[in-house]
Design a protein around this ligand. Structure first.
Ligand SMILES: C[S@@+](CC[C@H](N)C(=O)[O-])C[C@H]1O[C@@H](n2cnc3c(N)ncnc32)[C@H](O)[C@@H]1O
Length: 361
């Protein structure tokens, strides 16, 4: 039986002029002006002479430069893939690649990528995952993110692809303000988008400590995995005491891993009941309130945790038309003027706002 050779890919070679390196720019300009440069032309080093470069030239060109410089056949350099999209053809047919609009946005959390897919895109979920792993060498696994679920606002994640030899856990480590934190988007709430707010919390705590001329006590009853607290804990001499809690037991496990200071008490508790504990009531200089959808309902039960002269700093989602009403409600609950500032858009008609108030001494 006669064995046939493997099919050979059609040659992509094209004509190039081999020109002295120092003349490259001038010849390029001349070819461009005369319309002799192919579209997307890219210059490359001449492999046979390090002092020369290869400039591609249109097949139809009859420029007189062809009789001045050596002409050689070479493959044009391939441009590196720019997005995961450039890898899809390794897993899908040309027809499939052309059949839908591909998702263009995704989120990195540690060594994971989370991506939202519509029904058409979900059919190709595995190919999207594999293409993303090819494009992002530091990513371990890719998950479809089907949105936020449950009272703890965790992500509904579905594995699309995992790198060979690695595990497909959703537990991952993120870098925030120079610090590593463990998190798990399928089990606890965490958003890297709020990292600038956390820098502001550090500034607020430092200012309060300077005003009071002593280390301060801080209460974060919606601490999650502790991203607001890590910068405070690392600031020498800033804290006298820290109480951090969350209702989600899985957040507490990660919080204990992330925040390890003898000054910290970490507890799994409903924030609204903390004021019933005498060791917490009226004890804190700074109270963080990060439950933006429920702030107005929860805040009355939290205020007793503050000592006299303490500061409350929190976040609240407010519909555009309700900003004044929300400000008035906050002032009523806090019992004095409250500064409120729109920080970012939350939806077409609502914003995430931050509020801060200093209680009278
Ligand atoms: C918006 S997240 C903030 C988490 C964290 N502070 C951060 O910046 O990543 C709200 C947190 O409140 C927790 N939570 C929800 N209801 C609660 C309650 N009644 N008491 C205490 N924590 C609660 C959730 O589990 C979640 O971790």
């Amino acid at each position: 039986m006669v064995k046939r050779g493997a099919p050979v890919a059609p040659s992509r070679t094209m004509r190039h002029l081999s020109v002295p390196r120092r003349e490259t720019q001038q010849i390029l300009q001349q070819l461009k002006a005369d319309g002799d440069l192919p579209e997307g032309a890219r210059v490359q080093p001449d492999p046979s002479d390090s002092n020369r470069t290869l400039i591609p030239i249109k097949e139809v060109s009859t420029t007189k430069l062809l009789s001045i410089y050596p002409v050689t056949e070479a493959e044009p350099p391939t441009s590196p893939p720019k997005t995961y999209h450039d890898h899809l053809s390794k897993f899908l047919s040309e027809n499939q690649v052309d059949s839908i609009d591909w998702p263009s946005r995704h989120e990195f959390i540690g060594d994971l990528i989370l991506i939202k897919l519509d029904t058409d895109q979900r059919v190709f979920g595995e190919a999207i995952g594999k293409a993303m792993l090819m494009q992002h060498p530091r990513t371990r696994a890719v998950f479809e993110d089907r949105g936020v679920v449950g009272e703890f606002r965790v992500r509904d994640l579905h594995l699309l692809a995992v790198r060979d030899g690695f595990d497909s856990t959703t537990r991952t480590r993120v870098l925030e303000s120079g610090q590593y934190l463990w998190t798990d988007p399928a089990k606890v709430y965490y958003s890297a988008r709020l990292s600038r707010e956390r820098q502001g919390t550090l500034d607020c705590a430092k200012k309060l400590s300077e005003t009071l001329k002593r280390p301060i006590s801080v209460c974060d009853p919606y601490a999650g995995v502790g991203p607001s607290l890590a910068p405070l804990v690392n600031e020498p001499g800033l804290l006298s005491e820290l109480f951090a809690s969350d209702l989600n037991p899985q957040a507490i496990d990660l919080l204990r891993e992330n925040i390890s200071t003898e000054l910290a008490t970490i507890d799994c508790a409903d924030a609204r009941l903390l004021h019933q504990r005498s060791e917490l009531n009226g004890k804190f200089d700074l109270l963080l309130v990060n439950i933006p959808h429920d702030t107005l309902e929860h805040l009355p039960a939290l205020m007793p945790l503050l000592n006299e002269g303490g500061v409350v700093r929190g976040w609240v989602v407010v519909e555009d038309e309700n900003l004044q009403v929300a400000t008035n409600t906050l002032q009523e609950i806090v019992g004095q003027a409250v500064e409120i500032e729109v920080r970012r858009s939350y939806s077409a008609s609502a914003n995430l706002c931050r509020f801060e108030s200093k209680l009278d001494l």
